[in-house]
Design a protein around this ligand. Structure first.
Ligand SMILES: C[S@@+](CC[C@H](N)C(=O)[O-])C[C@H]1O[C@@H](n2cnc3c(N)ncnc32)[C@H](O)[C@@H]1O
Length: 191
């Protein structure tokens, strides 16, 4: 498969993995698998989030994007008219979380950095605290380890008598998984 110039390194690696995991398909089909994966990835990209903010006329909302790799063209797909609401930060998410550069209250958090169990769980816990009531936590690649299901399980409280979910004391409204994307909406004031 020929390398596509300008394609970020992690997309290229995922395309190659997609082809390896379907050894019986011809390279032709492998390319279309990769295109479908890129399309799904682009939809979670900053440009689409910013477009949604513009469509909903959320003019004061900001999208913070954290990337530690200097070679990564952060926000490269964002059109100029959507840039005013984009806040690119260069460095480790762990350092930004310790600083006061990130908002203490957020509407949404999207994980798509290191997909180790430890890091994913750390990010979920860290940014869950900052989410407002009804806020949305979204994660890419939830299939890669048990961090997402474990995190969701921790937001449940069971009724001692019935053993079923106690809706009052459970600290999420909804959660789900669509393909490799997972989401949970936060409930504050669980009793
Ligand atoms: C799977 S890629 C996704 C990048 C971007 N979300 C996209 O869709 O183009 C993961 C990115 O997270 C960055 N990353 C990994 N660990 C990080 C950390 N601790 N702090 C900041 N960035 C990190 C990597 O450099 C890499 O570019």
């Amino acid at each position: 498969m020929k390398k596509v110039p300008g394609l970020p390194g992690h997309w290229w690696r995922r395309a190659k993995e997609a082809n390896r995991s379907a050894p019986l398909s011809t390279p032709f089909y492998g390319v279309w698998d990769s295109v479908a994966r890129f399309a799904a990835e682009i939809r979670t990209n900053s440009a689409f989030i910013l477009k949604a903010l513009a469509d909903e006329k959320l003019a004061t909302a900001k999208l913070y994007s954290i990337e530690w790799c200097k070679d990564c063209e952060q926000g490269a797909l964002i059109p100029d008219e959507l840039r005013p609401q984009f806040v690119p930060l260069r460095g480790k998410v762990e350092d930004f979380a310790r600083s006061d550069e990130l908002p203490s209250c957020i509407d949404m958090f999207l994980h798509d950095s290191s997909h180790s169990y430890r890091h994913m769980l750390w990010e979920f816990r860290q940014f869950w605290q900052r989410l407002r009531d009804g806020g949305l936590l979204v994660s890419h690649d939830v299939h890669m380890n048990a961090a997402f299901p474990e995190f969701v399980a921790k937001t449940y409280t069971d009724d001692k008598k019935t053993g079923r979910r106690d809706a009052q004391r459970t600290s999420h409204y909804e959660w789900g998984r669509w393909g490799y994307i997972g989401f949970v909406t936060k409930k504050i004031n669980a009793q």
